[in-house]
Design a protein around this ligand. Structure first.
Ligand code: HEC
Ligand code: HEC
Length: 324
């Protein structure tokens, strides 16, 4: 009898050891995929080295990544699922599928949403934020929140931010912030920058270049009918300039070694955002007018600066006004 007990105990102990070590290996695997990145610069994980996420969840994440990278193939003018967006891809602006440091990434999305945003005056969910980009940056209509497509994008964005603690924004998340110039950004100077550093890919009329099958862009448009509308984030010069600083010219500029000076970035932002593009009715935005960002281009304002100064600067006097 005693002997039986002993064997049973030994077997139980072995099972326990095995379970704990399996759990530990899984944890190590997870930590290798999602390094803790609050001090060092965040880089998105790769699903292909993550062997801990399995089954339906894994399939959703992979489909979500595909939808972010090749949005237009599924949801664009020739989309296979629906025809509800312009020909652009989320990745055109959220580089490397939203996984690139300083590339307008999704590092802090899962950790900070739902959150209150002044533009809508509401607490916004991830769904609302994605719908916003679809209506503005993709100049289209939002996807159904119950669709497999939205669930996939959500699963991917959630998974990307898995290593980021709730409420935190890792170093390198989103877009770089540039200092304001002492003068207004200058579209004429920006035109010179554009011809020299951007036109070879984005085209002399900003129209970009489509792939041969015309289902998505090789070089996305910067203005014109197929570009983002004037309610989009990039229409604000600070966002555009900061995005360009660490990322454009594509695969030449990096955050560590930018090609353009801050002045060139502000000026090219002024040039591009002076060209024609689709218009969005924004009369319902910013219910509290005092909360409009300094570089938001459309009146009414609670200050007495012109729309022109709000759009192009100089911003420092406006900043001063709000500090007092
Ligand atoms: C034309 C460029 C552009 C395209 C295309 C675009 N976005 Fe965005 N998106 C932005 C910019 C710029 C911001 C940041 C705006 C700001 O902070 O004011 C943003 C913000 C976001 C955010 C919130 C990020 C945060 O940290 O708060 C999410 C989520 C998002 N976009 C999802 C998407 C999805 C999904 C798509 C495709 C369906 C998409 N975007 C397409 C430019 C774009
Ligand atoms: C070598 C080609 C190349 C050059 C040069 C280049 N870009 Fe881009 N740009 C791209 C590509 C490709 C993308 C989309 C990246 C992706 O989808 O992965 C892009 C995306 C963008 C976007 C976001 C998408 C959109 O269409 O609004 C902006 C803004 C942008 N570029 C601005 C500029 C500016 C300004 C310059 C000049 C300083 C510039 N680019 C130079 C290739 C280039």
């Amino acid at each position: 009898m005693k002997k039986m007990h002993f064997i049973l105990l030994a077997v139980l102990a072995l099972i326990m050891v095995r379970l704990v070590s399996m759990w530990f290996i899984r944890l190590q695997d997870k930590m290798a995929v999602f390094p803790t990145t609050l001090d060092s610069t965040w880089h998105g994980p790769s699903i292909y080295v993550d062997n801990t996420t399995k089954g339906e969840e894994r399939e959703l994440i992979i489909y979500g990544q595909e939808l972010i990278v090749h949005t237009s193939r599924y949801l664009g003018p020739k989309g296979s699922v629906a025809k509800i967006t312009s020909g652009m891809n989320c990745q055109n602006c959220h580089l490397q599928g939203g996984a690139k440091a300083w590339g307008n990434n999704y590092a802090a999305v899962f950790s900070t949403y739902p959150k209150y945003r002044d533009r809508s005056g509401q607490k916004e969910t991830i769904y609302k934020r994605v719908a916003d980009c679809m209506e503005r940056s993709l100049n289209g209509t939002p996807i159904d929140s119950n669709s497999r497509e939205f669930k996939a994008m959500y699963a991917y964005i959630k998974w990307l931010g898995e290593g980021v603690p709730k409420g935190k924004k890792p170093h390198g998340s989103g877009i770089q912030k540039l200092n304001f110039l002492d003068r207004a950004a200058d579209p004429t100077k920006g035109h010179i920058v554009y011809v020299q550093h951007c036109q070879s890919c984005h085209g002399s009329t900003g129209e970009g270049l489509m792939t041969l099958d015309e289902k998505e862009y090789t070089y996305p448009p910067l203005w014109g009918n197929n570009s983002y509308n004037d309610g989009a984030g990039l229409f604000r010069l600070s966002n555009f300039a900061g995005y360009v600083k660490s990322n454009m010219p594509f695969q030449i500029a990096t955050h560590q070694k930018p090609t353009l000076t801050d002045e060139q970035c502000w000026d090219v932002a002024a040039f591009v955002n002076s060209q024609s593009r689709p218009h969005k009715d924004q009369s319902k935005d910013w219910p509290n007018v005092a909360k409009k960002p300094i570089d938001f281009a459309f009146a009414p304002f609670v200050d007495s600066f012109s729309e022109k100064q709000h759009k192009y600067g100089p911003y420092k006097p406006i900043q001063q006004f709000y500090r007092q």
